[in-house]
Design a protein around this ligand. Structure first.
Ligand code: MN
Length: 486
């Protein structure tokens, strides 16, 4: 049935800025703690008489995100009050930016990759606001934790520009990567740092999707907290709306807000457009507007580091990695940073990528370890790679060493000694053995001269005496030299 329809999806993505020291309007620490209410100042609890002070760093990070998204930055920055009552918002309003005066970013476009296809996201705006506290509900009571109250939050709003759940999720993954690479946020969904609202509508296949007149009724799904949830919620909603169409009930459907229920795997009705809340926005009187100077913008622009897309291009063009390997490495910034360090320590790029994408990432997945906690440092990996290139161990042995290093958390050189796999690359040691082997088989040297293949036998004897540790190419060379001499 899907083939008879087109889908239109818009996203609102909230992402906490985790990389400032303090909150957006107070001097409380911006951090995560398992202990409730430890990172709080009177302002975060809405005490009368407290006044907000704008965190310059948070504004700079917001402007940085705005630039990366190709948005226009405003001449002045204002904040506004969004008025509502909820226990997690003790002062009864949230300080945010509405589009009327000017958010930190207005209208931009971002190219992103979705399964090899280049797509364009249309950014309506990006704005800076404060996060609310978080509440936990128990059977007879609820608790509120104000640690999160006032954490800087970026809200990004797109136009309805995505046509499938895959495209929407690919965009969200691109944004997560941008936030991480730009040093704005860890963007960790497991820590609740990203929350999404999704709006979905369908229309007939044969109509012009760029004409808003043809758009169907928009259904908004609130507070989806994982990318998997976004995918499932969109797919569920598309199916639900198509069913309404096919049953002739679609035209009765009102514009509405629903929520994604992870337990039942369905969206559940919350409210319709007629119950929409009027937030009575007005300019926040306690924060004077302030000018965004060109020189300030320039210095922020200069601070934008190399992003995933640029690293990926570098890996493919300069290091000759396959697109697949480059994609795997840049996907998580800590992994790409690890790789960059290996290269800076002299690791051969292609070889390093092989180690990383095969054994190391496999080990991290299997043991659910963060690369930051990996025992094998970039330096140790380079040491191991050098042992192979210097002929100390064979490449086959290096794998065995690697597995042991990961398993036992001992340094590669220690493991090499313990396993006794160190190659013999000492000329004299090998030559002594070769001379002995040749002395014992003068007849076979004769056979060799007559063109019979007895060479492999000599190599085999040397390997037998050294228990396979003789450097093979050096052994071959010395046998040749010693036969020549006779
Ligand atoms: Mn918001």
């Amino acid at each position: 049935m899907l083939e008879n329809y087109q889908v239109l999806i818009g996203l609102e993505m909230h992402c906490e800025i985790s990389e400032t020291n303090t909150k957006v309007f107070s001097s409380a620490k911006n951090g995560y703690s398992d202990t409730a209410n430890v990172f709080i100042r009177p302002l975060d609890m809405g005490f009368p008489g407290t006044l907000p002070v704008v965190n310059k760093k948070a504004v700079e990070m917001a402007l940085k995100a705005s630039m990366i998204l190709g948005c226009k930055q405003p001449e002045y920055i204002y904040f506004e009050r969004k008025n509502y009552y909820y226990p997690d918002m003790p002062k009864n309003y949230q300080i945010t930016q509405e589009t009327k005066p000017a958010p930190v970013g207005i209208y931009g476009e971002l190219k992103f990759d979705c399964k090899g296809k280049e797509c364009t996201a249309i950014i309506n705006n990006i704005h800076l606001e404060e996060d609310a506290a978080s509440s936990d509900h128990y059977s007879t009571f609820s608790t509120i934790d104000y640690n999160r109250a006032g954490v800087p939050l970026l809200e990004l709003v797109t136009d309805p520009c995505f046509h499938s759940a895959d495209e929407a999720v690919a965009f969200l993954e691109t944004m997560r990567s941008i936030y991480q690479y730009a040093g704005i946020s860890e963007a960790d969904t497991r820590k609740g740092q990203i929350r999404c609202d999704v709006n979905v509508s369908i229309m007939d296949k044969d109509v012009d999707p760029t004409d808003p007149k043809n758009w169907g009724t928009k259904v908004e799904i609130k507070n989806v907290n994982s990318f998997g949830g976004v995918r499932d919620a969109i797919n569920y909603e598309i199916e639900r709306q198509i069913e309404l169409k096919e049953d002739g009930k679609y035209d009765e459907m009102e514009q509405q807000t629903r929520r994604w229920d992870e337990d039942s795997f369905t969206t559940i009705f919350m409210r319709s457009k007629v119950d929409a809340i009027d937030y009575k926005y007005f300019v926040e009187p306690n924060i004077p507007k302030f000018k965004v100077s060109d020189s300030w913008l320039e210095s922020i622009r200069a601070s934008i580091p190399e992003l995933a897309s640029e690293r990926k291009a570098k890996y493919m063009n300069e290091y000759n990695l396959s697109e697949y390997d480059a994609t795997v490495i840049v996907k998580e910034k800590p992994i790409s940073d690890y790789y960059e360090e290996v290269i800076s320590l002299g690791g051969e790029p292609k070889n390093a990528a092989n180690w990383l994408t095969s054994i190391i990432l496999g080990h991290l997945n299997k043991t659910e370890t963060d690369i930051k906690d990996l025992f094998l440092s970039p330096k140790m990996l380079v040491d191991l790679m050098n042992m192979v290139s210097e002929g100390k161990i064979s490449s086959k042995q290096s794998k065995e060493v690697m597995y042991k290093v990961l398993e036992t958390e001992k340094e590669p050189n220690v493991i090499v000694k313990e396993l006794g796999v160190e190659q013999i690359s000492d000329d004299k040691t090998i030559r002594d053995i070769v001379v002995r082997v040749l002395d014992a088989h003068p007849d076979l040297i004769e056979d060799h001269r007559k063109g019979k293949n007895t060479f492999d036998f000599f190599v085999g004897q040397v390997m037998k005496e050294t228990r396979g540790k003789a450097n093979p190419s050096l052994t071959t060379q010395i046998i040749r030299e010693e036969i020549e001499k006779r």
